[in-house]
Design a protein around this ligand. Structure first.
Ligand SMILES: Cc1cc2nc3c(=O)[nH]c(=O)nc-3n(C[C@H](O)[C@H](O)[C@H](O)COP(=O)(O)OP(=O)(O)OC[C@H]3O[C@@H](n4cnc5c(N)ncnc54)[C@H](O)[C@@H]3O)c2cc1C
Length: 397
């Protein structure tokens, strides 16, 4: 890469990094994206099972996008993908409770609910954990038995200690767009459509960053690239490692942000081998898994798939498959194909907003952006909201 000075070097080809690069392009700034692995999309990972009837996709990571994802929709528009949205059916989530599947309302204690509902109008989310805020609104018992496990399923980790204001922040809906959607071959299609318009180098892990005269020197294992500006779109602990040598004051608060591990395991079955009615997914109550996300929302005549998101380090692969068969009520020979992967998500805690303010203060005046799913919330749209803010700070507009 000798002699080339990149306008914007983006580290990480997840949705935050791809979004940052496309938002910069909107402002006439060209970028180069460096991705450590061989997969585009990071936590967006639609596996394509090969079947006798062609490819059948199932989401191993992020799965649900809504018409309130304004930044995502704008990027899909700009990359010519808005016409390809596949609507998702409306189906219910079920609870897996004490060895059987039950509906969510059947587990709610209504007298407790009625007793505490008036507090809905008194409670603010600020400074409260999820357990404190929602426990007040719905009652401690209802929280423990129903809402707590459902929120664990939403953030794929124990949600009780999350800041309450990091979940379900209201975003305007684009009513002309279907409420919940995916791409023709899952969310990966969106990633592929975006990536095809960007310059990306795979298998290029960044290991360090130095500030030179008017530019950054980005260190790879066997190479270095000069860039006028840099965006780190990686997990906070990885960003901390990259910045440790050159900006230790910025690296320190990043290092404080915890990450939660998730073991995700997807199975493909012939539709006629399952007695379960179509469902959106299953929420594990005090179980080894947080959730099982179903492909039924985009139905298929021949196949069904479920991705179970397991607590880390509880079951090995054989144990996970055994638990999946129990919950789905099938024998192991009903599983046509399976695939697993490890995921990570930030474990946000009270005081996070102050930590982000400190980080933003340290970034002021630097042509260095930090983006990802660890600022205001962990969703795809939260990631893009941050990319948009950082793009505006660096390039205006
Ligand atoms: C199981 C699961 C279910 C989810 N469900 C939903 C959902 O339904 N709806 C929703 O909105 N969100 C969901 N999310 C959250 C959402 O998918 C993620 O928050 C979002 O995709 C994160 O994007 P990102 O780009 O910030 O990070 P990542 O996707 O983690 O991308 C970071 C990228 O950086 C790369 N990288 C790491 N280190 C380096 C390095 N040193 N050099 C270069 N590259 C590097 C990584 O390989 C990766 O590709 C889910 C997440 C998980 C894990």
């Amino acid at each position: 890469m000798s002699g080339r000075v990149v306008d914007l070097l983006v580290v990480g080809a997840g949705i935050s990094g791809l979004g940052m690069a496309l938002m910069a392009r909107r402002r006439g700034v060209q970028s180069l994206i460096l991705e450590a692995g061989g997969h585009l999309g990071g936590a967006i990972n639609s596996h394509r099972f090969e079947t006798g009837e062609g490819l059948f996709w199932a989401e191993l990571g992020g799965h649900t996008c809504y018409n309130s994802y304004g930044n995502l929709l704008q990027l899909l528009q700009e990359t010519g993908q808005l016409d390809s949205l596949q609507p998702k059916q409306k189906l219910r989530y079920w609870l897996q409770h004490q060895g059987r599947l039950t509906s969510i309302p059947s587990q709610l204690n209504f007298p407790e609910l009625l007793g505490v509902l008036p507090r809905l109008w008194m409670s603010g989310k600020e400074g409260r954990t999820v357990a404190d805020y929602y426990g007040r609104i719905i009652g401690r018992r209802n929280f423990r038995r129903v809402l707590g496990p459902a929120l664990d399923a939403v953030v794929c980790q124990p949600a009780a200690d999350f800041p309450a204001d990091a979940l379900f922040r209201k975003k305007p809906r684009r009513k002309e767009i279907v409420r919940s959607f995916t791409g023709p071959q899952g969310l990966q299609s969106f990633i592929e459509g975006m990536a095809s318009q960007l310059e990306i180098r795979l298998h290029s892990p960044v290991i360090g960053l130095e500030r030179g005269e008017g530019h950054y020197r980005v260190q790879l294992e066997n190479d270095a690239i000069e860039a006028k500006s840099v965006a780190l779109a990686v997990a906070p602990d990885i960003a901390a490692g990259i910045l440790a040598g050159s900006m230790p004051d910025l690296a320190a608060p990043l290092q404080e942000i915890e990450m939660a591990a998730i073991e995700s395991h997807s199975v493909l079955l012939k539709a006629d081998r399952l007695a379960l009615p179509p469902l959106a997914g299953i929420i594990g109550v005090a179980d080894d898994f947080y959730s099982a996300v179903s492909r039924d929302l985009v139905p298929d005549d021949h196949y069904r798939a479920f991705t179970f998101h397991f607590r880390p380090e509880v079951l090995d692969q054989t144990g996970r498959l055994g638990r999946i068969c129990q919950v789905l009520g099938v024998d192991p020979d009903a599983i046509e194909s399976q695939v697993g992967c490890s995921n990570r998500l930030p474990a946000l805690r009270l005081g996070h907003a102050e930590r982000v303010s400190r980080i933003d203060k340290a970034l002021q005046g630097n042509p260095l952006a930090l983006t990802g799913n660890w600022f205001s919330g962990v969703s795809i749209e939260d990631s893009l909201i941050r990319s948009d803010q950082e793009c505006r700070r660096l390039f205006g507009g």
